[in-house]
Design a binder for this molecule. Structure first.
Ligand SMILES: Cc1cc2nc3c(=O)[nH]c(=O)nc-3n(C[C@H](O)[C@H](O)[C@H](O)COP(=O)(O)O)c2cc1C
Length: 180
């Protein structure tokens, strides 16, 4: 296997540096930056290349407030933008042997691309899953066939917002060679 000795350390550094940012500066995030983040979602892999997704970029004050209310935590009101990741199960690949629908996996991959892209651009980002689905669909006119999978909050981290220490299981507990 060919391993690029230049890219892996940089990639590892990016993955290590990404964290869930829950405190944002009031500096706005340009649409160019937001598009740079969203573009990495579009390029994500998906089962059978179905791309069963849509991304709503929310950066106007009124809609930002509406999205923050659907989550209800104070810090979310500091976010300068949100990207709401939607998935459409009827567009996604379905595994024939057991009927598993790939939509959530596909959209999650796109979301992680965006989290990493945000980190690479110096933006803070937090994946929000604990939102009021019904309220969000109502506020953003999301049609019934589209499910909100996640909301990404975005903004420049507050200067005092330090990246927390990573709390993770030990590698030996989660990676096994061979059989379970
Ligand atoms: C599917 C998913 C849903 C999440 N939902 C929330 C959430 O609703 N609120 C929140 O503050 N963080 C949420 N997070 C962030 C996780 O809490 C965070 O990724 C985890 O604690 C590890 O911390 P780190 O991202 O800083 O490495 C979510 C993350 C994922 C992947």
């Amino acid at each position: 296997m060919e391993v690029s000795k230049i890219d892996y350390p940089q990639f590892f550094d990016l993955v290590s540096r990404r964290y869930s940012c829950r405190g944002y500066d009031s500096a706005p995030v340009s649409r160019e930056m937001l598009m740079a983040v969203a573009e990495t979602a579009r390029l994500a892999q998906s089962a059978c290349n179905r791309q069963p997704w849509m991304f709503l970029v929310i950066d106007t004050p009124e809609l930002r407030e509406a999205v923050a209310r659907c989550y209800g935590r104070e810090w979310a009101h500091e976010a300068q933008a949100f990207i709401v990741a939607l998935g459409n199960s009827s567009e996604a690949w379905v595994r024939p042997c057991d009927g598993h629908n790939s939509m959530y996996v596909d959209v999650a991959i796109a979301c992680e691309n965006m989290c990493l892209a945000a980190a690479s651009l110096g933006l803070g980002c937090c994946w929000i899953g604990n939102f009021d689905v019904e309220a969000l669909c109502r506020e953003l006119d999301i049609p019934a066939c589209w499910s909100p999978v996640g909301i990404l909050s975005l903004g420049y981290p507050k200067p005092e917002q330090a990246a927390p220490e990573k709390k993770r299981k030990n590698v030996d507990d989660v990676v096994k060679w061979g059989k379970f």
